[in-house]
Design a protein around this ligand. Structure first.
Ligand code: HEC
Length: 158
């Protein structure tokens, strides 16, 4: 067997072997006492947009698409979920300090304005997570009105 064939065969074997590795999935199934919707009014359309475009990486529950059942796609997705959740978790928003909440609301607004979120590697496959201008403004307006409710909330709940 030539060298190149051996290498290809080796890669194929590795590719097949990693299919048997199943890292834990991001599915909590738990109640969510600190969910952002418990702190501030969240209209259905706002929730729908955040769910389809952001929650896969910024919540405790990911809707795993079929391709993440194939390695190494699952690892890539998990990596994004892990670092995404560290930065911002809508299900844990109520546990943040008031200062962190305000700064996260600001970055949500900025990320929509500059188009950095959702990640482009994600919208490449999740076409429905590409937000229209109308959807973006809906979220931005909601963030702006929510900022004040969070401030009031933090005065009563320091
Ligand atoms: C495919 C996963 C994924 C999706 C979907 C996604 N994000 Fe992110 N997000 C990340 C990752 C990873 C980070 C941290 C690294 C970075 O900033 O690139 C992040 C960081 C952020 C931050 C930065 C937090 C900070 O304090 O700097 C904000 C805000 C944010 N995302 C908002 C959103 C919003 C709003 C949506 C939906 C419109 C969204 N993201 C969709 C993965 C994702």
């Amino acid at each position: 067997m030539s060298g190149i064939k051996k290498i290809l065969l080796g890669l194929l074997v590795i590719l097949i072997m990693i299919q048997f590795i199943h890292p834990a999935r991001n599915k909590s199934g738990q109640g969510m006492p600190n969910d952002i919707s418990k702190m501030v009014a969240m209209p259905g359309d706002v929730r729908g947009i955040l769910k389809k475009a952001c929650y896969d990486c910024h919540s405790n529950n990911t809707d795993y698409p079929w391709y993440t059942y194939i390695q190494p796609m699952h690892w890539f997705m998990n990596y994004h979920i892990q670092s995404g959740k560290e930065e911002l978790n809508f299900n844990e928003f109520g546990a943040y300090t008031p200062r962190r909440q305000q700064s996260k609301l600001r970055s949500i607004e900025n990320s929509l304005k500059d188009g950095s979120m959702p990640l482009s590697s994600y919208t490449l496959i999740h076409r429905n997570a590409i937000l229209s201008e109308a959807e973006k403004s809906l979220i931005i307006n909601w963030v702006q009105t929510s900022k004040d409710s969070f401030k009031k909330e933090s005065l009563t709940n320091p």
